[in-house]
Design a protein around this ligand. Structure first.
Ligand code: HEM
Length: 466
């Protein structure tokens, strides 16, 4: 890794970043469409922490690797802005603002309002509810001998979990509408990977209508049942009452659904990758089953138990987030001219901040393509090296729901492997990724439910001569 060099003096003398080789007309669009994560790693290794790519007729500067990550954690507010990239999402929401698209003081203030509702601690005392939701879904939707398409099953699970935790209601029948709405906005208006015409198709209009219908319904249902408060909606309503210019009523419908916007595909894709990685590594599977059987036999885990006594579950999750990152890069615009690692960045230009490149560098993670769940334990603690680990992003826009996501995923995956005996289907299946708009396992990825582990444990106990 190079020493971090950022400066705002003598800018004009600095050369532009190198434009990497690209094909006529399409530029680097094919590499980006196939696997942007792998593409950024290869380019970082060849060209260093700053280079330019071309997608169709547009040129982008990419800042990559630990240098970019350290820069992002330390200097985001001085040099980077999110607004331009996300503005189209704000427009589609018909909102005055959205957290991802705010910067500076206004971002800080809005984040402050939403903080409690998204925090890890919002789940304290509610682990039993998460287990009940998970167990119900495993009973209803994961029958014995069935082949389960994992990504779809995880979408269903996380929709139920987030719905009950943040809004007191299941959003089950709306899950496809939420995904169609968000995915279309991301594909067409944010990442420009699909033609603009797709915003006029009837399926999009219907999904958008139903998305806002759900938001309205969540708010009405909430106000009709004041005995069941949730931190997120309480805090949003209080902020709107205190300052309707800052938080107009019309923003609330979209904001109450923000856990789905930010949490649905991210958690679903990560947990689907978790299932794959664990089933691909029988040694990890055996250790995980031993751990969850032992810890759950002693009762519902607490926040302390999860952190302190479940190193296998935690290590497997951390390693999944490293090897299967759902965000390989964050988009930003430069707020001013500056020099990064000797090269010039221009005010206003769009930047790819390739945050996940570090996850695959052998100087941080020896044997980086090996799923090794012990990397996170001291004294190794490989993720703690500066700039090495960024699955939840970096800087002021770091995932607000990271703590909640971590707990939900540990509880959900713990329960899944505690309850069910699963195998990959076919057993030699090798994971393929879909990349647009959020990288994750392909929809065809399936597992077979061989049986219920707890029944097997009970039956063995009953039939045992001892
Ligand atoms: C595996 C799970 C998740 C991953 C890997 C993840 C990752 C990320 C990343 C990389 C960002 C930063 C985007 C950027 O810098 O432009 C982000 C932002 C955000 N995430 Fe997550 N996320 C996850 C789950 C969740 C969940 C479950 C929630 C809510 C319940 C959530 C809420 C948010 C919010 C509100 C932001 C915007 C923060 C801001 O702009 O200040 N995320 N997430």
């Amino acid at each position: 890794m190079q020493e971090l060099e950022i400066r705002t003096d003598n800018i004009t003398a600095a050369p532009d970043p190198q434009l990497i080789p690209n094909a006529p007309l399409v530029g680097n669009a094919l590499q980006m469409a196939k696997d942007p994560g792998a593409f950024f790693i290869e380019m970082y290794q060849k060209y260093g922490p700053i280079f330019r790519i071309k997608i169709l007729n547009k040129t982008y500067t990419v800042l990559a690797g630990p240098e970019a990550n350290i820069f992002m954690s330390r200097h985001s507010s001085e040099f980077l802005r999110s607004k331009e990239f996300w503005q189209a999402m704000v427009e589609e929401f018909g909102a005055s603002k959205l957290l991802v698209a705010e910067d500076g003081e206004s971002h800080k203030r809005l984040r402050g309002v939403m903080q409690r509702g998204f925090a890890r601690s919002a789940l304290n005392g509610r682990y039993d509810e998460v287990f009940a939701i998970t167990d119900r879904i495993l009973t209803e939707e994961w029958p014995d001998k069935a082949e389960i398409p994992v990504v779809r099953a995880m979408q269903k699970l996380v929709t139920e979990q987030l719905g009950y935790i943040t809004a007191n209601r299941s959003a089950g029948e709306y899950v496809d509408d939420i995904r169609t709405f968000i995915k279309r906005v991301l594909d067409v208006r944010i990442t420009h990977q699909r033609p603009g015409l797709m915003m006029y198709l009837p399926d999009y209009k219907k999904a958008k209508g139903r998305f806002f219908e759900l938001g309205q319904d969540v708010l009405e249902n909430y106000q009709a049942n004041p005995d069941k408060p949730t931190l997120l909606i309480d805090d949003l309503l209080a902020a709107s009452e205190a300052d309707a210019v800052f938080m107009p009523q019309s923003d609330l419908v979209g904001v109450v659904l923000s856990p789905y916007i930010a949490g649905l595909d991210t958690v679903a894709n990560t947990t689907a990758s978790f299932v794959y990685a664990v089933l691909k590594h029988p040694d990890v599977l055996a250790k995980l089953q031993e751990e969850v059987d032992r810890i759950f036999a002693a009762g519902t885990p607490t926040p302390q138990t999860l952190k302190r006594d479940m190193p296998i579950l935690y290590g497997a999750l951390m390693e999944t987030l490293r090897m299967y990152p759902i965000a390989v890069a964050a988009m930003r615009n430069a707020t001013q001219d500056f020099v990064f690692q000797g090269h010039r960045v221009y005010a206003g230009e769009p930047l790819y901040m390739a945050t996940a490149v570090s996850h695959f560098l052998p100087e941080f993670y020896p044997d980086p393509y090996t799923f090794d769940i012990e990397r996170y334990q001291r004294p190794r603690a490989e993720h703690r090296q500066p700039g090495a680990y960024a699955p939840f992003g970096l800087g002021p826009h770091t995932c607000l729901g990271a703590g909640m996501a971590e707990v939900l995923m540990m509880l959900g995956m713990g329960r899944l492997f505690h309850q069910l005996d699963l195998v990959l289907s076919p057993p030699d299946y090798k994971l393929k990724l879909d990349v647009a708009p959020t990288p994750g396992p392909e929809l065809k990825f399936k597992v077979l439910v061989k049986g219920r582990r707890q029944e097997t444990v009970r039956e063995t106990a009953v039939s045992s001569p001892n």
